[in-house]
Design a protein around this ligand. Structure first.
Ligand code: IPE
Ligand code: IPE
Ligand code: MG
Length: 238
């Protein structure tokens, strides 16, 4: 059941760049949206596995600020899937004790989605088993620009600004930095994901396409993580 013998070796916060849906579909001569549908089913599956492992924080990258450059039909399809999944996800979240969180700017999102997100956050706000952050219309640079704006508007004196203050203005305020960032689909880049928060994250890349990233694959990633030595700029202690 558990991927690792030592529970202390499990990350507290896992963040996933769910990449490769399009290629998964192309391999099967299916439209890209069929890949996104399968990707959403897989996200549900992985959320379930990680709740079983009692991982308290999970973040999923679903739509970047740059993904607006895709064809209109793909964008519309992605938001359609998101809407359906949010609806179905609320019941599941209540059963499993999952609290929803959104990373990203609410503006530019279709009004229906904005309303669904508001509802999902409100209904699940008292759940305590896992905080599930969904990053859509999210960009790490956009997030940092927003922090700068808020800091200026808050009138806080410049000498009082430190890393703790900046963290409190990020979309992830109150959420610890990710310990493990997984990217499926073979690309070895962050694509504007959690730029500030990734400072000391362990990064795990796999060529496996997101719809194929199953329990065995997440176990492999968690085992790889448990073997990493994190030094945070210091020296090894043993
Ligand atoms: C990731 O899959 C999902 C989103 C970015 C929305 P892609 O759609 O990027 O799949 P590939 O990279 O083209 O295979
Ligand atoms: C990153 O994937 C964004 C998400 C998975 C939501 P992309 O497919 O958009 O990234 P690039 O274009 O390969 O860098
Ligand atoms: Mg991609």
């Amino acid at each position: 059941m558990m991927p690792s013998a030592n529970l202390n070796d499990l990350p507290q916060h896992v963040a996933i760049i769910m990449d490769g849906n399009g290629r998964w579909a192309e391999q099967r001569q299916l439209p890209r949206l069929a890949g996104h549908r399968q990707g959403a089913i897989n996200a549900h599956h992985i959320i379930e596995v990680l709740t079983e492992y009692k991982i308290p924080y999970l973040t999923l990258y679903a739509f970047s600020t740059e993904n607006w450059n895709r064809p209109r039909a793909e964008i519309d399809g992605l938001f359609q899937i998101l809407e359906e999944k949010l609806d179905a996800g609320i019941k599941f979240a209540q059963e499993k004790g999952i609290k929803f969180h959104h990373l990203g700017k609410p503006d530019r999102l279709p009004p229906k989605i904005r309303e669904r997100v508001r509802q999902a956050l409100e209904l699940t706000q008292n759940n305590t088993k896992m905080t599930l952050s969904l990053a859509f219309n999210y960009g790490g640079r956009d997030e940092i620009v927003e922090v700068a704006r808020h800091l200026i508007l808050s009138g806080i004196p410049a000498q009082n600004i430190d890393e703790t203050v900046v963290s409190q203005y990020l979309y992830t305020a109150g959420i610890p930095d990710p310990d493990l960032i997984i990217r499926t689909g073979g690309e070895m880049r962050l694509s504007n994901f959690l730029l500030w928060q990734a400072a000391y994250a362990e990064i795990y890349f796999t060529p496996t396409l997101w719809p194929d990233f199953d329990k065995r694959e997440i176990d492999k990633a968690l085992i790889a993580y448990s073997k990493r030595q994190r030094r945070f700029g210091s020296v090894a202690t043993e």
